[in-house]
Design a protein around this ligand. Structure first.
Ligand SMILES: Nc1ncnc2c1ncn2[C@@H]1O[C@H](COP(=O)(O)OP(=O)(O)OP(=O)(O)O)[C@@H](O)[C@H]1O
Ligand SMILES: [Mg+2]
Length: 447
């Protein structure tokens, strides 16, 4: 976010020569203003859902205007952001109204005719106030981030980069496409982007596109005559389209106008309406490949990927394994009321050799299994002595754990396990029998 964008001045007055003269004076004073001839169009620009942008720093508006007057504009602006300074320009007879507006939350009023300097001085005070408000919000957010604990654990360079990008993105309100393998934390990232955004006091509506039953998906998203859909529900907040790669083609087509024009074409004869959304989408699949394969609409992808945020898989940031496991062990031990397992050589070895295809979620499950003593490659402290075991015995345990784990993962399929472990089948069978492992129960478990 650039300071300039947040320091814009919006001027609203129906008197064109007056507006032009003011614009010149402001320009000479080194301040740029954006001017509007009526409250309605100023408001549309303020609330424009098309490309959500930063609000201006100050709104300067005439009080008396045909149709949509300064008073209505004040109310609308304050509804949007109660800390946005609004300066009213009033005629002689309007002092009582102006005082009422001050009570309502206007920053200042100035009676016409006035020396331009007075208005400029007031605008400068308002800008300074706004700057402090924004700075304050930023600090509050930073403090909250520290005290709430940033949810994404990890200090690897990749994680630090991700965190930096997230912080920048959260404030600029652009649409974001989150890409990452299963269990990398896409949902966590989406939630945090919302929390850090200016919409954090509005809802984050999550649509799990993969879990939407086809028959009702349309109604759930776009609503019916009676029920508001999830898109309308997210108005002025954030719409999180999780697993967007699994969205049916018909829904992709309907979603396009929402993503592209922020217009919701509802069901059952409800007339189209504008929605003010920030859209965050998440995908496991490479959407460009999906487009190439004809499974995903190119025009929808182009709209969604304004900014792409890639979450690296765990195997690309192995530095984070230790701290993540340690935190998950703490959590699992306290949740299940068990002693915290000691990290021994087999566990560490497994940690480093394993590829973690299920990423952070798999590691989290692994921590639970260790804590509950369900894993051969992790020992409870009660079963002391692991660390002191001879290396060969440790290797044996590790091997047994690896074999059992692989079988469990592959549903007892010995051929697949042989491929996964890069062993000839004969050698795998020999090892299984040496450890007394029978693949059959693994097959049954998964049947
Ligand atoms: N960096 C991290 N630090 C701490 N916990 C994490 C981190 N990344 C993910 N998690 C945790 O891992 C689990 C999986 O994360 P999440 O559900 O966000 O992944 P996902 O990418 O949405 O997965 P899927 O594609 O399978 O839906 C969650 O319990 C989440 O809290
Ligand atoms: Mg998810």
């Amino acid at each position: 976010m650039t300071t300039d964008a947040a320091m814009r001045i919006l001027l609203v007055d129906d008197d064109l020569p007056f507006r032009t003269a003011l614009a010149d004076s402001f320009s000479i004073a080194g301040l740029e203003i954006e001017s509007f001839g009526d409250g309605q169009s100023a408001l549309e620009s303020l609330f424009s859902g098309q490309s959500p942008h930063e609000l201006p720093a100050v709104v300067v508006t005439d009080l008396r205007m045909p149709r949509f007057d300064g008073h209505a504009l004040l109310s609308a602006v304050l509804a949007r952001d109660p800390e946005l300074p609004v300066i009213l320009m009033t005629g002689h007879g309007d002092i009582a109204m102006a005082v009422a507006a001050l009570k309502q939350g206007a920053f200042d009023f100035i009676a016409k005719p006035f020396p331009t300097d007075h208005l400029i001085a007031s605008v400068r005070r308002a800008m300074e106030t706004r700057r402090l408000v924004l700075e304050n919000r930023r600090l509050r957010q930073a403090v909250a981030e520290v005290s709430e604990g940033f949810p994404l654990v990890g200090e690897s360079p990749a994680m630090l980069r991700l965190r930096d990008t997230m912080r920048q993105l959260a404030r600029v309100e652009v649409d974001v496409l989150i890409e990452g393998e299963t269990g990398t934390g896409k949902a966590l990232v989406a939630r945090q982007l919302h929390r850090w955004s200016m919409r954090s006091n509005r809802p984050l509506v999550t649509v799990d596109c993969a879990a939407l039953p086809e028959q009702i998906a349309d109604e759930v998203l776009f609503g019916t005559r009676i029920h508001r859909g999830q898109i309308a529900e997210a108005d002025r907040g954030t719409l999180f389209l999780d697993e967007i790669d699994s969205l049916a083609p018909a829904l992709q087509a309907r979603l396009l106008s929402v993503v592209q024009d922020r217009v919701l074409h509802g069901n059952g004869g409800v007339s189209p309406r504008e929605v003010d959304l920030r859209i965050i989408a998440a995908t496991k699949a490479d959407l460009r490949a999906e487009v190439a394969a004809g499974r995903f609409r190119a025009d929808l992808l182009y709209r969604l990927e304004t900014v792409r945020l890639r979450i690296p898989p765990l195997r690309e940031r192995r530095e984070d394994l230790g701290v993540l496991l340690s935190i998950f062990l703490d959590e699992a031990a306290s949740f299940h009321d068990r002693p915290r397992p000691v990290l021994n050589a087999p566990v560490l070895d497994w940690l480093l050799r394993h590829d973690w295809p299920g990423n952070v979620r798999e590691l989290q499950n692994y921590a639970v299994q260790l804590t509950l003593g369900l894993r051969q490659d992790g020992r409870m402290p009660a079963e002391a002595g692991t660390i002191d075991m001879a290396l060969s015995a440790q290797m044996d345990r590790f091997e047994e754990g690896l074999l059992r784990d692989t079988l469990a993962r592959l549903g007892g399929d010995v051929s697949a396990a042989a491929v996964a472990l890069n062993l000839p089948r004969r050698s795998l069978y020999a090892r299984l029998s040496r450890h007394g492992i029978n693949p059959a129960p693994y097959r049954k478990q998964n049947a």
